[in-house]
Ligand binder design. Sequence first.
Ligand code: ACO
Ligand code: ACO
Length: 150
Amino acid sequence: MHPQQVAEVSPQLRALLQLADPHWDLISIYLFRSDLLLLEQNGIPVACLVLQDLGDREYEIKNIAVRADLQGNGLGSRLLREAIRRATAAGARTLLIRTGNSSIGQLYLYQKTGFRIRQIDTDFFIRNYPEPIWENGIRCRDRITLTMDL
Ligand code: ACO
Ligand code: ACO
């Protein structure tokens, strides 16, 4: 995305992106270096995926989100498959995605899609986030990196 497009992101798209990552200042930095995949319903974005070229034939899915009332209908899986297709077509060697230890459903979905756990950054979320994050009754502490060889 061009910086101008980032500045003009609609409130609906912004809310969607913030489902996956509450920090708009961080999102706006990676957005303008990335491709945005969007699924729309009546012209309104309902699901999105941000794909960044990290260089050295490595791509990262920085953000994936589906509007809460539409989750569980296969839209996230569709976006993941499209990201894999695009990264492959662009000549990528590795596709990477990161999440927290407490994101059980996401870890399930990413592994089911073909990603494998490669690295654990212990206490990443404690060091980098001011407020404690809780999910599925578990404290989010560790950042898990999953990768897929393309
Ligand atoms: N908990 C349990 N299971 C889940 C979850 C969850 N949170 N999310 C997906 N699944 C399962 C589904 O049950 C389904 O299982 P099945 O194939 O056995 O039926 C499978 O994963 C695929 O589900 P989809 O319907 O394709 O996924 P969905 O459209 O709901 O999108 C997503 C998944 C993007 C994680 C969505 O739930 C969402 O937007 N969550 C909130 C934002 C978020 O956490 N984003 C990821 C942050 S990490 C990052 O952005 C890199
Ligand atoms: N999937 C999802 N949630 C589970 C699972 C599971 N397989 N097992 C337990 N839970 C959850 C329960 O829902 C419960 O959640 P809650 O506190 O939010 O309500 C919580 O974990 C505690 O459940 P318990 O009822 O205390 O666990 P249970 O008596 O079922 O014992 C065990 C868990 C030992 C894993 C049992 O399911 C089992 O024997 N599974 C088959 C054998 C197995 O996999 N053993 C572990 C192999 S690894 C090892 O041995 C070191």
